[in-house]
Each structure stands twice: as structure tokens, then as C-alpha cells.
Design a protein around this ligand. Sequence first.
Ligand code: ADP
Ligand code: GLC
Length: 496
Amino acid sequence: MKILMVTSEIVPFAKTGGLADAVSALAITLEKQGHDVRVVMPRYYKIDRSKLSAIEEPLAVAAGQVETWVKVYSSTLPNSKVPVYFIDHEGAFGRDGIYGTKAEPDFHDNPYRSALLCHGAFQICRMLGWYPDIMHAHDWFCSLVPVLLKHVCRNGYFAHTASILTIHNLGYQGWYPKDSYPALGIGWDLYYGAGFERDGSINLLQAGISSADMITTVSPTYANEIQSVEGGFGLDGLLRVRSNVVRGVLNGCDLDVWNPKTDKLLPANFDYKNIANKALCKKALQKRMGLSENKDVPVIGIITRLADQKGIAEIFAPNYGSIYAMCKNMNIQFAVLGSGEKWCEDEINTLQSNLPNLRAYIGYDEGLSHLIEAGSDFFLMPSRYEPCGLNQMYSMLYGTLPIARRTGGLADTIEQYNESTGDGTGFLFDNLTPGAIYDTVGWAVHAYYNKKAHIEKMQKRGMQKNFSWEQSAKNYVLVYSDALWRGCGINTADWK
Ligand code: ADP
Ligand code: GLC
């Protein structure tokens, strides 16, 4: 199949979260499986032009009210031949930040920036004379792709192209005032006609969900949760209407990057057959963080965007969160890596100045994230909601047992500890309260001190899990062919 990915983030060029890891690994795996995969994304200011190849022809893009001229650059994804085309436009993308900055968290001209990318994706196909079977758009920023395909471009060379929209996080929808609609470069007939209108504003994701041929999200449990009032962020009704085209496809892990046996960012490597070197990683982690180098005390890792979605209030909020009591009452250590909401960054710094057994690094650090995964005994992830989550999978592969809330992809990937057999791969709880976090950490720590054999059994089980992208990519191909069959007026579910 010819597949075009349209995305605002992809590793190694731009990343704010797991979306970037997921799109990169999916594209590379699909190519390995024999598909012709290409990617279109913005050329953000931070992406060095001198490392890209310039395409000489300038490109006219119909974003905004007058044509915008952009330049196109290209490169490839690492260890692959997957071409990445970058849309370069100083006014739209020549600034710090992908969606916004600390000063302006959500750029006011995001509708225009998004339109430039999405219209630009079609123009790049025309420029190349390469027309995909599938246009695969990711999240709200690329939601205009299915809209354009369904309502504007599905003719000529795009007559048989199908669109897939993957929702990596329903919490981010792209809401903007109605007066930014003209920036989208489409007629007012589509304001209602393609499902943009929401309470007098525009909602980009809503239009994407209304228009896409197939909709996927990143775990089967999350595919159900988004169709419920609790998990639907106001779009559950629409998603229920479209439920016959909603699928949950679990993300995988990029095992070239996240493999304790080969990981070059670790001081020592290990695998499930020989786990001894994990202790060296623990020692290195304690040293790097400034924790006492005690091999017998369990280290609990946290790596996260400091955002409400991740349950940060229940861990860190002053007078409410559980971490102070855990650090005081339990013989444990915490190694925390994160950045995000200011109140939380400040609170974590206050906590580490008062607690010798909590050390944190506020910022983004790829190398430290690997060391925390490898050197910790447990990994805490009490997400309010979690579409898939990558860190719990990395943890299991690194012999680090997740302590997590049973939601979304966490529920689909972690097996609950069985106290009588020692089966399972982690510790799950249901209610997001500071008390539940405290109790479940206590449960894990109790097992650590009293049930060594169980802990080892769980580590080995987790390390042998198959979280590779191969199966996920095959599942996406099934969704793609479903979409193409629908284009022929055939619902494959009717074959039974
Ligand atoms: P989300 O995309 O919702 O943030 P995921 O678990 O899917 O959650 O992916 C998060 C990714 O970002 C992981 O690869 C994780 O290691 C990485 N990450 C998050 N915060 C940091 C940080 N401060 N430093 C390094 N890596 C981080
Ligand atoms: C989002 C979700 C996360 C998921 C990632 C990749 O950022 O919050 O759960 O793993 O996308 O799909």
C-alpha cells in the first residue's frame, strides 16, 4: 500500500510525547513490511535546515484566505528509507514550540498552522506525482486531512484514497474561535457541513472524527472509554455514532531504542536470562540522582509530562498528594523526571529539598529516562486516563514493575499481580485517589521486602513480553484495508 502519514511530531525530528515515538516506529515498521510509506510534517524552527535536502520547487498551499507559498525539505527516518517531507514557512513554523510556548501555550494561529500542514500534504503528493491509497492523520492538529479528502479532494488522483484518523489523546481537540475559521482555507459551507461547529466555536478533532473513513485509537480499552460520557471529553456521542469505524490498535515499542540488552544509554546491559547488571544501573541511577547508594531499598521511578492527565495532583499536590507520606512512612526512594505545569515543578523542587529519599530532575532528558527505566525497581503511573502509555511497556521490558491505574492502555498491557502464584507483571488499582496510590505502592513495597521470588518471577515475565511494533503494524494494515473496502461500498464485517 502507499501510505502517507501526516503528523505534527515524529522522532527524531520533533517530540512532545509518545505520539512522536508511535508515528515514527509505525512508519518504519510498515516500510519493513513492504509498504511505500511517506511522512509530511512541519519544519519547526529547531529542525536544522542544513541537515535536510531542499526541494527546489516552491509550493502553493491553499491555507488562509490567500495562497501561501512554502518551501519543502526532505530527509529520511533513521535506519529506513521512509521519506519525510517538511513544510517550511517562516511565519507559521519559524518559532519555538510545536503547539505553543510557556508564554502562549496554545498559539492563536494554530488553525492556520494546521491548515498549512494538511493542505500542504495534498500538494506534496501532487508535486511528487505520488498518490497514496491511505492518508493517515494523527490527532487534532492533522484533523483537516480527512475533512479535505472527504469534502474537497476526493476526485481525480485522490478518488480512491481513504483516510484514517488516529486519536492519540482525546483531551486535546483544537478548539478555536469561529473567527479563525477562514484560516482553514475551506468554504463556510463546511463549517456545519463537515462538523466543525461546536458551541459557536470550531473543534478540529470533531470535524476529523466526522469525516474520517476509519478512526483508530491507541488501545482497545481506550477505544471503549472514549465512547463513554466519562472518557469522551464531550465527543463520546459522536464517537458512538461512528462506533462501527472505531478501532483500538495498541502501540508497540521501538525495540531498537528500548531494549535493555543493547541500550547504549545504560552503564550496563542485561536481559531476562541475566538480570544481575540491573543492579549496576540502579547504583548508577542512585548516584546520578543523589540518592543514597543502597541496593536494598526499592527505587520507584516516575517519568512524565507534568499534566493533570497523568494523576500528578494525586501524587504531588500540596496537602493532598500522597508522595510526602510515602517518602516519610515507607523505606523507599523516588527518582522523578518530568516537566510541565509550573505549580507541580515548583512543588517537586520543594519536596526534594525536604526529603532525602526523593530526587528529581525537572526538564527533558532522554538519557536519564533510560537510566530511570533500567535502574528503578518500580515505575509509578497513576494516570487519570491513558490512551496507550509507553512508559509502562518500557518498564516491563527493563524488569521494572509498573504500579498503575487500571485505565486505557495500562489496563491492556499490565497483568495484575497474583499474590498466591506470583503471576502478573505489575500492580493495578482502580480509583484515582492519593489513598489508592499510597496503598498500592505499599502493596508493591511489601512484596519487594517479603516476596522476593514473586518479584523476580514478575520481572522475568514482563521482560519477555512481546511489545514489538510488528503486530501493531499488521493491525493497522487491517484497518487500512477495511477503509479501502468501504470505498468499494463493502463492509468486510458482512463477510461472515
Ligand atoms: P504521553 O505521550 O501522554 O506523554 P507516553 O507514555 O505515551 O505518554 O509517552 C511519553 C514519552 O515521553 C515516553 O517516551 C517518555 O519516556 C517520554 N518522556 C516524558 N517526559 C519526559 C522527560 N521529562 N524526559 C524524557 N522523556 C520523557
Ligand atoms: C498520547 C497518549 C499516550 C500514548 C501516546 C502515543 O500522547 O497520552 O497514552 O501512548 O499518545 O500514542
